[in-house]
Design a protein around this ligand. Sequence first.
Ligand code: HEC
Length: 103
Amino acid sequence: MRRVPWLGLLLLTLATSAIGSADKMIPMPPDHAYAALKPGPGVEVTRQQCVSCHSTDYIVMQPRGDAKQWDGVVTKMIKVFGAPVNDQDAKTIVEYLATQYGN
Ligand code: HEC
């Protein structure tokens, strides 16, 4: 069997150039279709504030709940996990979630 030394070198070059460019930009993959939030008042704020740490499938897969339950979730995201959401936005998000993902 004939050896092909340049092939290994080529693969190595490709691999290192891929690693080299990885730290410049990390594009987010598109989210699953089922994670799409239902349209409604407040959906934009919710999308902006609630996707920086996890997919919105965390939201759409939750059991439905009233405002009290969603307020608990949003408060936990802010107090426990440090989500940078101000009071006004938190209120909008809870209203949105309780309306679209309520009982
Ligand atoms: C600072 C990061 C961060 C942000 C921003 C964030 N979350 Fe989370 N979220 C988490 C973490 C961490 C978990 C727990 C993940 C686990 O248990 O695997 C979580 C879990 C959840 C869950 C699963 C149920 C639960 O209580 O653990 C829901 C629902 C949820 N988040 C909703 C939201 C909503 C709504 C927003 C927007 C207000 C939001 N998250 C923003 C960090 C964040």
